[in-house]
Write a protein that binds this ligand. Structure first.
Ligand SMILES: Nc1ncnc2c1ncn2[C@@H]1O[C@H](COP(=O)(O)OP(=O)(O)OP(=O)(O)O)[C@@H](O)[C@H]1O
Ligand SMILES: [Mg+2]
Length: 257
């Protein structure tokens, strides 16, 4: 496999009983590229992320991450290799401050035990790194706040900060703007775009808002009924007759495509 491919899935199939949620999906994601996975409700996007991240086993097929076959590895081993998935707000500790939430994964990443927490609280280097990450996601002013006091959009940004603290090679974001108002959506999407441009980290997102998808993605993959329908640059996807058929009268139209 080429050095420049961060994720390659080969002929992934996933059945739930008699229902085939993923049907022989193959794709390659180049390092550093901002990619999106789109498709109608029930197309198999979340199932795909669950299989790639190791939460679900594929019924058949293989997954290569950074040149290595990870098909048999449990989720935490994939995380340790640099494949991160946003874990939603449920993974944030509401009773800790914002900066403590970001310091915790930094400690884990450095292989230090939680029993060091007390002394590490004073560890300036670690705190400085956490501050830097918070600055990158636009939460610099909130480091001392209790998470429980933050607005919804800010909590979702902490989620991104926690992911960044693990120094990911690939970040899988399943609907990062779900439940956000337009302003929060803009902020999140601009952040993902910026992070993608400023680092080697590869972002692979799902998103329902076609306007957002077409404005931010470099490559788009379209899933329909568990099969990959199309892939390519936004302009190619926008004018693909098969894709238009699937979205006929729907969001694609609204996006001016
Ligand atoms: N654990 C499961 N058991 C049985 N069926 C499942 C399971 N998970 C997903 N499915 C089915 O697989 C299909 C794909 O679901 P999935 O959640 O992956 O779609 P999606 O593309 O993420 O949809 P959405 O846009 O609504 O998030 C659906 O028909 C769903 O009901
Ligand atoms: Mg989904």
């Amino acid at each position: 496999m080429s050095d420049s491919i961060i994720l390659e899935v080969q002929h992934i199939t996933r059945d739930f009983g008699k229902f085939r949620a993923l049907n022989g999906v193959s794709l390659k994601i180049p390092k550093g590229r901002l990619c999106a996975l789109i498709g109608p409700n029930g197309a198999g996007k979340t199932t795909f992320y669950n299989v790639v991240s190791g939460r679900y086993r594929p019924s058949s097929g293989k997954i290569f991450f950074d040149g290595r076959d990870v098909s048999g590895l449990p989720p935490h081993r994939r995380v340790a290799l640099g494949m991160l998935r946003s874990f939603q707000i449920t993974n944030i500790f509401p009773a800790l401050t914002v900066i403590e939430n970001v310091m915790a994964p930094l400690i884990v990443h450095q292989g230090l035990s939680f029993s060091f927490w007390g002394s590490l609280k004073k560890h300036k280097a670690l705190a400085a790194e956490a501050e830097q990450i918070l600055e990158r996601v636009g939460l610099a002013g909130h480091s001392g706040s209790m998470v429980s006091t933050l607005a919804y959009g800010d909590k979702r940004l902490i989620e991104i900060a926690i992911v960044l603290a693990r120094k990911p090679k690939l970040v899988l974001l399943d609907e990062p703007t779900a439940g956000m108002n337009p302003e929060e959506t803009d902020r999140m999407i601009n952040l993902i775009k910026e992070l993608s441009q400023q680092s080697d980290t590869t972002f692979f997102i799902t998103e329902h808002d076609m306007k957002v998808v077409f404005s931010v993605s470099e490559t788009i993959f379209v899933l329909n009924q568990g099969s990959l329908l199309a892939e390519g640059a936004p302009e190619i996807i926008k004018s693909d007759p098969k894709v238009r058929q699937v979205y006929l009268g729907g969001n694609l139209h609204a996006a001016g495509g």
